[in-house]
Design a protein around this ligand. Sequence first.
Ligand code: UD1
Length: 430
Amino acid sequence: MEQYAIKGGTPLVGEVEIGGAKNAALPILAAAIMTDDTVHVDNVPDVRDVNVLLDAMQSIGVIVKREERHKVTINAAGISSLVVDDDNIRRIRASYYLIGAMLGKYKNAEVTLPGGCDIGCRGIDQHIKGFRALGANVSLEHGMIITKTEKLSGAHIYMDLVSVGATINVMMAASMAEGKTIIENAAKEPHVVDVANFLNSMGANIKGAGTDVIRIKGVSKFHGTDYTIIPDQIEAGTFMFAAAITHGDVTVKNVIPKHLESISAKLNEIGCEVMEEDDCVRVVASKPLHHTHVKTLPYPGFPTDMQPQITVALGLASGTSIVTESIFENRFKYVDELTRMGADIKVESSTAIIDGVKRYTGADITAPDLRAGAALVLAMLAADGFSTIDEIKYIQRGYEDFHLKLKKLGAEIELVESEKDVTRFKMKIV
Ligand code: UD1
């Protein structure tokens, strides 16, 4: 089984190129089936979740070509089925974006429900509420979500909670409904805006994305487009925290600094220097880290997908820090693993109380989920001695070439497949 073998203790120094946003790419690629014309999408990250979605799209007759590693062409004119029941698609949360896309274009969709309960029970009631408000019949049968209608009609929809997925899904369906839709209490994440821009580039009429009220005038037909996905805010943030945790000096390139403000602010608070330029951010961590408090919140608040990374940093900061998770109820599972590496953290329901320690020590552990897996790698890069982390398929779901990018920054990390490889890695490093 693939693992990363790591020898900690080297400060990361240098430049890293950030890829396209996974959480924008998933809905954008799904929405590309809403036209019979060809759609060209650039800056598509080559990560597992995206590839699973593209495979599922091919399984219903969509023609998908990876022209280059990050350029994908999609043509859905020959779609042969509106039923997506692929074993793999169940493993990715974003499978539900095919529902909004197919319901909008074909007024009919059957998609396997997203499974997995890795970071908390992730409801889809707001998606369903939105689809029903637009006039669709929605039922859940045999693990599938089935939506059908003669026509979709614009509606005034108030989201009971701020949901990225529900906002995007309902926005996609409503963009091909008859008449006007207003989505209130909408999510404001940069990827919500990116999806709206993409839909508009295909002929949709969506205004207000990025605020909490989105106004949509439905249109009957979309056309082809050529679109470039925004940089990944979370990949960028992970490398920014990698600089902090290893006391390094890292420039993350090809980013939109505005999207990183909450992350930069926390890095400043804990004693790092953050320098912004047009499309890059440099993080220098020359001083000891100090404590702070942070609560995850919808954008523009501190992202829940950066919660494990900041917790790993605060585990090495002087004093007591408090991290409160307000989006997912079960997102501190990785803390047990971090404790095995020497961290002093107590979790009480949605709050982690962290007493900073001087150092972590290497350990052999398992990645519990995508972001926690990446954060544990960062802990290992700062730890004394050797570590291994398995189940790295979780990390590969959302990070392209993670170990190669880290290696380029000076990290002693190797992708290994056996105990022999681990021994060889240790011999090489010592
Ligand atoms: C997306 C991101 C994920 C990120 C999250 C929050 C993708 C593929 N995933 O997930 O990386 O952590 O946004 O920024 O883009 N909820 C309901 N009912 C619903 C919808 C959501 O109760 O109908 C709850 C969820 O259980 C969760 C919270 O609302 O507690 C936020 O979920 P949401 O914003 O929808 O996250 P996702 O779109 O699943």
